[in-house]
Design a protein around this ligand. Structure first.
Ligand SMILES: [Zn+2]
Ligand SMILES: [Zn+2]
Length: 231
């Protein structure tokens, strides 16, 4: 079984603490003895390569992103390596709403190097929606051989079930993120059309202390099968 936390925000997300540096995220994940982590900033993947370098081969690093659709739904995209990263970053830059960032109001958007030094800031606000539907976002993630996961499906203002009322029958996704086993039961009982979906329970950490303990696991075979389907 693989322990994981697949929803962690770096200091590049304005809502995350400045302490969420690449090395702090990796080192805290190592202290927690997690097997796999993903950094999932809002609508950008610019911090992923540095985090992957800091991870080296000490922990499995997944390149991630949390994309907001035009319906206001948060979807997570996961990628095994950086081969699709430039393609995805350009797609995000082309589709993100263009709103100037105000650090004093929204929080810092800090891009860091492997020494955790701030090398740049992003001038456009990252916590905005993209001009793409949930189906278009799912399609672009899958075209880049990534996994599309419904973020915090049942709660928060930006969840699919809050925004749409349910997970659409025809929506093409790979897993559903929830925050508890009770939420899994609630989703299964209200969505009889879901066929044995994979559920993730991740932290959505915006500060170091919130990164998961190694208490959520996925079977290695299920994990491999998820990726194999999108090759
Ligand atoms: Zn979210
Ligand atoms: Zn998040």
């Amino acid at each position: 079984m693989i322990s994981y936390d697949l929803h962690i925000h770096s200091a590049l997300s304005p809502c995350a603490q400045d302490e969420m540096t690449p090395n702090n995220i990796i080192n805290m994940s190592l202290i927690k003895e997690l097997d796999v982590i993903a950094v999932t900033d809002h609508n950008t993947m610019l911090q992923c390569r540095t985090c992957a370098k800091c991870a080296q081969d000490r922990i499995k690093f997944i390149y991630g992103v949390e994309i907001e659709s035009k319906e206001g739904v948060h979807l997570l995209g996961y990628f095994q390596d950086d081969s699709s990263l430039d393609f995805m970053q350009k797609w995000l830059d082309d589709h993100r709403s263009k709103i100037p960032h105000r650090a004093d109001y929204f929080g810092n958007q800090l891009l860091m190097n492997e020494q955790d030094e701030v090398i740049d800031t992003v001038d456009e606000l990252l916590i905005v929606s993209c001009d793409a539907s949930i189906d278009e976002i799912s399609a672009v993630i899958h075209s880049a051989h990534g996994l599309c996961v419904i973020a915090h499906a049942l709660d928060r203002a930006s969840s699919m079930i809050t925004q749409l009322g349910f997970i659409p029958f025809e929506f093409d996704y790979d897993a559903i993120e929830v925050h508890s086993n009770e939420q899994i039961e609630m989703i299964l009982s209200s969505h009889p059309w879901l066929k044995n979906p994979v559920f993730f329970i991740s932290s959505d950490a915006h500060q170091l202390i919130d990164i998961s303990e190694p208490e959520h696991f996925i079977d290695e075979k299920v994990w491999e099968e998820l990726w194999r389907k999108r090759l």
